[in-house]
Ligand binder design. Structure first.
Ligand SMILES: C[S@@+](CC[C@H](N)C(=O)[O-])C[C@H]1O[C@@H](n2cnc3c(N)ncnc32)[C@H](O)[C@@H]1O
Length: 235
């Protein structure tokens, strides 16, 4: 197990992390929020602000699981930029999955993208089913993140890679305010703030990972997110 502590940034405009306020345990559902989230994510995709390149750097082949794809843009961009790859998007929200399926159709990628409903803490896949797993901005919504990380490890092949990123609760305050101002539709602004409050800090994540069966992990962060990357041991 490797732990990278060198990226813990404190100082000007970095919030002293307040106590975490859990957000929800059932995903993004209902008639209003999923379509608004879809619109916001299209804006994020078009601005080039999704961590697509980070994922492509680590994962570029095989059958891949995306946990909590929401409207699916990250996984669809990943598929678009790789060849002979397949993706299963696994999300707790039926409403989000309906949007992801529609988006996969619009990308012309329905033959390579499949979607399945369920909770990450208990997945209906055999041990070692996936070549790789990735997830973005979803961990803060998982009620049982340690069980979830263990499940991710279980469904990965020996030697399979994982990439898990999420918002930092102590993110740069200027960026937090700037994104709040830019946030469209404006109805998503309160959700932006509650998501940050529900998120983890890099040290929370290091403590969490040390309690899981995950091996070979490294954690780093930039001004907005932390990134967990690694591979399941081959034995
Ligand atoms: C904030 S959205 C992020 C969506 C997308 N990955 C992105 O980068 O914008 C979080 C997603 O995780 C899903 N989710 C939350 N808890 C989950 C769980 N326990 N198991 C599976 N998916 C979950 C939500 O339904 C939602 O679609």
């Amino acid at each position: 197990m490797t732990q990278n502590m060198s990226h813990v940034k404190k100082g000007w405009l970095f919030a002293k992390a307040r106590e975490r306020i859990p957000e929800r345990n059932y995903g993004i559902t209902g008639d209003l929020e999923p379509p608004a989230y879809d619109k916001m994510l299209r804006f994020v995709r078009d601005g080039g602000w999704m961590p697509t390149k980070h994922i492509l750097h680590d994962i570029s082949k095989g059958l891949v699981l995306e946990v909590g794809p929401g409207p699916g843009y990250l996984g669809l961009e990943w598929l678009k930029n790789t060849s002979q790859t397949r993706l299963i998007g696994y999300d707790i929200s039926e409403d989000m999955l309906a949007i992801a399926k529609r988006n996969a159709e619009n990308y012309g990628l329905m033959d390579r993208a499949k979607y399945k409903k369920g909770n990450v803490r208990e997945m209906p896949f055999e041990d070692g089913y996936f070549d790789a797993v990735f997830s973005n901005d979803s961990v803060h919504e998982w009620a049982d993140p340690i069980d979830a990380m263990n499940e991710i490890t279980r469904v990965l092949k020996p030697g399979g890679k994982y990439f898990i990123s999420d918002l930092r609760r102590d993110m740069n305050l200027f960026l937090k305010g700037l994104i709040w101002v830019m946030c469209r539709p404006k109805t998503m602004r309160p959700g932006w703030l509650t998501s940050i409050d529900a998120s983890y800090t890099l040290s929370d994540i290091q403590v969490m990972l040390s309690k899981t069966k995950m091996t070979g992990w490294q954690v780093e962060q930039d001004v907005m997110r932390f990134y967990i990357r690694g591979g399941k041991s081959k034995m």
